[in-house]
Ligand binder design. Sequence first.
Ligand SMILES: NC(=O)c1ccc[n+]([C@@H]2O[C@H](COP(=O)([O-])OP(=O)(O)OC[C@H]3O[C@@H](n4cnc5c(N)ncnc54)[C@H](OP(=O)(O)O)[C@@H]3O)[C@@H](O)[C@H]2O)c1
Length: 327
Amino acid sequence: MHTTTLGTDGPAVSRLGLGCMSMTGSYGPADADEAAATLLDALDSGVTLFDTGDFYGDGANEEILGRTLAPHRDRVVLATKTGVRRTAEGLVPDGSPDYLRRACDASLRRLRTDHIDLYHLARIDPAVPVEESVGAMADLVAQGKVGHIGLSEVSAATLRRAHAVHPISAVQTEYSLWERHVEDDILPTLRDLGATLVAYSPLGRGLLTGTVQATTQYDSGDFRATAPRYNGDNLKANLSIIEAITKLASVKHATPARIALAWLLTRGSDVIPIPGSSRRPHLHDNLAALDVHLTADDLSHIEAAVPATGAKGARYGDHGIRLIDQA
Ligand SMILES: NC(=O)c1ccc[n+]([C@@H]2O[C@H](COP(=O)([O-])OP(=O)(O)OC[C@H]3O[C@@H](n4cnc5c(N)ncnc54)[C@H](OP(=O)(O)O)[C@@H]3O)[C@@H](O)[C@H]2O)c1
């Protein structure tokens, strides 16, 4: 497994990380035993970066990682997120220092560890200056509870303000073949600051794998049931992008998932995709992306097949869009 460095002075991490969110059912039913087996297979295959969040499954996701990976802690770079709380209205941001301190202690307990390698602020809280939130996270670094600080879905301007308080090692944002907004301002700013881009939903929340059809009915708890991009006419338009990727995949004797990840890997060694897999066959399919070589012709073919504006339809519903930092 190739590795890359997290930020300027972070640990070496595997070129592909493992996103663990679906292990507690974001895209349909989850299977905790299969999730644990997937974690161990990932570790044995050389994956070292594991990404979770304290609000995934209301803590249950961190618990799966804690009980499975604790015996192997020295081989794991643990990334988790905090800064949003679940309420009756859905997730709401809370970047107050008091909340972040308490959340960190709770995550450490669930993860069965004494430190988090990469601690992300999942969303910027508009009611709390980012300097205060990052200042509280810097205190956690000083206490040895956190190794490095990351931010998620942050604007370039907010990233610079945060970085002035404490070095930001990584930004986690959606980035895939069909979601490239990050290339405008955020990626250049990250590069200027020496931070890493952790690319989430690199498989378009599963759609870029070619496993969703226009007739697919999502479960009620499936995130995609409520986000515009994955439904109705938007979905029909977006499936044509996937068709083009699927055709290229068959020429390359690969799968669409491998093509989507191989493309992301060409974006730079400071871009770390974290495909979400809660099942071993998916994990191994995704890891095989590391062996796919995309030629200049392949890349031109992909650029021509995927509109520069990306997928049709918003990637979040109204509530989710409001949580994204626009500063
Ligand atoms: N910071 C944020 O706001 C944020 C938001 C979303 C996600 N994330 C992080 O990013 C990670 C990855 O993103 P994601 O999980 O949203 O989306 P993703 O990686 O784009 O897609 C995950 C979905 O694709 C399926 N899948 C994976 N590999 C496959 C393959 N080779 N063939 C067919 N299906 C496959 C998974 O199924 P199985 O689960 O059944 O394997 C899952 O349903 C998450 O796990 C989470 O850690 C962060």
